[in-house]
Design a protein around this ligand. Structure first.
Ligand SMILES: [Zn+2]
Ligand SMILES: [Zn+2]
Length: 173
């Protein structure tokens, strides 16, 4: 029996999926990796050349060549376990964040915060990458300053109330 090639093993694991719906998604069907061999983030895992590689990256490199250094693969269909190479685009991290469809990306596409501050000005935007938002999370610095002021003021007022309340009690004792 002839040993199957990585490409044959790869093909045997995939099943055609639906055509993605949503704005700016490809009009060809997804190619789905089995749900039983996904990594923690929901990307396919493929065992090849003695190691485990992300299935979509392997598919892309087979069909379209090496992913240029520093670039990440963006799923145009937003389906993480999709391994259709034409649903993948090699982009820089910022573009990947801006294009992604999660709540943080919807946020990333906004040009103003809910209080009308400019979110296109890098000086007003703080980007962090907490575990809950691996694609990045933007925060409006102007709003953060307002919030910090508001939290400080009521606390001071509270302390003042306690002090005035306590003083007469102490004198009475
Ligand atoms: Zn897809
Ligand atoms: Zn703001």
């Amino acid at each position: 029996m002839a040993r199957s090639t990585p490409a044959e093993r790869f093909a045997a694991k995939t099943t055609p999926g639906p055509i993605p719906t949503g704005p700016n998604t490809p009009d060809t069907p997804c190619l789905l990796w089995p749900e039983t061999s996904l990594d923690r983030d929901g990307y396919g895992r493929f065992w090849v050349d003695g190691r485990v590689v992300p299935a979509h990256r392997w598919a892309f490199e087979q069909k379209r060549g090496p992913i240029p250094a520093g670039l990440e693969l963006d799923h145009l269909c937003a389906v993480r376990r999709c391994v259709a190479d034409d649903h993948l685009d090699a982009v820089d991290h910022r573009t990947n964040v801006l294009r992604s469809t999660g709540p943080s990306a919807v946020n990333a596409r906004r040009t103003k915060c809910k209080h009308g501050h400019d979110l296109t000005d890098p000086a007003n935007v703080h980007v962090s990458y907490p575990p809950s938002h691996p694609n990045g999370m933007r925060k409006c610095r102007a709003c953060a300053r307002t919030r910090a002021r508001r939290t400080r003021e009521p606390q001071l007022a509270h302390v003042a109330t306690i002090t005035t309340h306590h003083t007469p009690e102490r004198t009475a004792a």
